[in-house]
Design a protein around this ligand. Structure first.
Ligand SMILES: Cc1ncc(COP(=O)(O)O)c(C=O)c1O
Length: 374
């Protein structure tokens, strides 16, 4: 495990690196890390490939991967889940789109927080629903949900689904018990199903407990909790994630929405998830330490640059930077002129912001800082 390494991904068709190929721009946009996978994951993949047969595998039969998820939920979140509650999906994005189909009707509104991960913001529109935004607000130096606005949107008669992102991407906040209680209260009061995208929940850097939606007593029967090993263990290219749905009829509706359209997850993804959730605890802890140090360094340095400011995220390897004080027309161009390629804030709903991925070697991050400071 060497998080200081800078592997060359230029010939791997990595999405992050393809965008600026042939230029001198340092990519720090899409949310995968520059860290080589933990060795047990690579060994599990080698073993699977060496077997030589890669035929159909029904994910539900993969006891190893399912028991690994059960172990992980217990270890990480003190959450006892039942194998029957698990539904494998080839990504969290397909999963929240399945939820959109299953729990709202055409023309209805779906509540989403803003700013947010672009495919999540886009889910209502591509499903012919209307996007109802709830702002994210700064309170005491920390981003949180505007709960008054959430209640107003939830009270509408044409709303039956809220897609939450917890921990938040891009803002990096982790919902506290109080905040999840408020979400639960509002969703229950207005009969709104909660689809909770928790893909970043293993990457909490401040030691807070993450509270999965489906573990909450008021949300258990009316929620879909989406998780994956993909961000935590840098295996997003294997397209494997899972939904945890305790209520049988909610689960059946969710599965029906994907029938015949959404494929099974792959044998490779299942093998990697199993290894990640059973054999990589030390690697995982070491990565958290590395990310915490990167975050603290980056937050300190960004706040020294005139025109830029940020709050320290509780979680993720993503920093949400407010560049409004630069007073430039195109924030992304300002970064790219300095040969840095973050995620454009406009894609998340805030054109005066940008998002830096700090899941990379410290030396790489120092170069990003140097360039942004010039
Ligand atoms: C909040 C959030 N949800 C979902 C995804 C993507 O999920 P998947 O690759 O499993 O579809 C990302 C990736 O950046 C994300 O940040």
């Amino acid at each position: 495990m060497n998080f200081d390494a800078q592997p060359d991904r230029s010939s791997t068709y990595a999405y992050k690196w393809e965008k600026y190929k042939g230029t001198d721009v340092l990519p720090c946009w899409i949310a995968d890390t520059e860290f080589r996978c933990a060795e047990p994951i690579l060994a599990a993949l080698h073993e699977r490939v060496d077997h030589g047969l890669l035929g159909y595998t029904l994910p539900k039969h993969h006891k190893g991967a399912e028991e690994a998820v059960i172990r992980w939920c217990k270890k990480q979140y003190c959450w006892d889940i039942d194998r029957a509650w698990l539904v494998w999906t080839p990504g969290v994005v397909p999963a929240f789109n399945m939820a959109s189909q299953a729990f709202s009707k055409e023309g209805e509104g779906i509540i989403v927080q803003s700013p947010n991960y672009p495919p999540l913001l886009g889910a209502p529109k591509i499903n012919n629903r209307r996007q109802l935004q709830v702002p994210t607000v700064l309170e005491g130096g920390r981003w949180t949900i505007d709960f008054d606005s959430l209640e107003q949107q939830a009270a509408r008669s044409d709303v039956s689904l809220f897609i939450l992102c917890n921990p938040m991407n891009p803002a990096g906040s982790v919902l506290s018990t109080d905040e999840l209680d408020k979400v639960a209260y509002i969703c229950t009061k207005y009969n709104v199903v909660l689809c909770s995208d928790e893909i970043h929940c293993d990457l909490i850097l401040n030691g807070q407990a993450h509270l999965p939606a489906g573990k909450h007593s008021k949300l258990r029967e009316s929620s879909i909790t989406l998780m994956a090993a993909s961000k935590t263990f840098n295996v997003a290219g294997l397209g494997t994630s899972f939904a945890i749905i305790p209520n049988a009829s909610v689960r059946a509706k969710f599965i029906r929405a994907g029938a015949g359209i959404v494929p099974w997850v792959t044998v490779a993804g299942l093998a990697a998830t199993q290894a990640a959730f059973t054999q990589c605890d030390h690697w995982y802890e070491a990565q958290l330490d590395y990310l915490r140090a990167n975050r603290d360094y980056l937050v300190r340095e960004i706040n020294k640059i005139e025109g830029l400011s940020c709050t320290s995220p509780d979680a993720t390897f993503l920093l949400w930077v407010d560049a409004s004080a630069l007073q430039v027309k195109d924030t992304q161009k300002w970064c790219e002129d300095r040969r840095v390629g973050p995620s454009p804030g406009r894609d998340f709903g805030e054109p005066d912001f940008f998002r830096i991925n700090y899941g990379c070697a410290r030396a790489y991050l120092e170069e990003i800082v140097k360039r942004l400071s010039s």
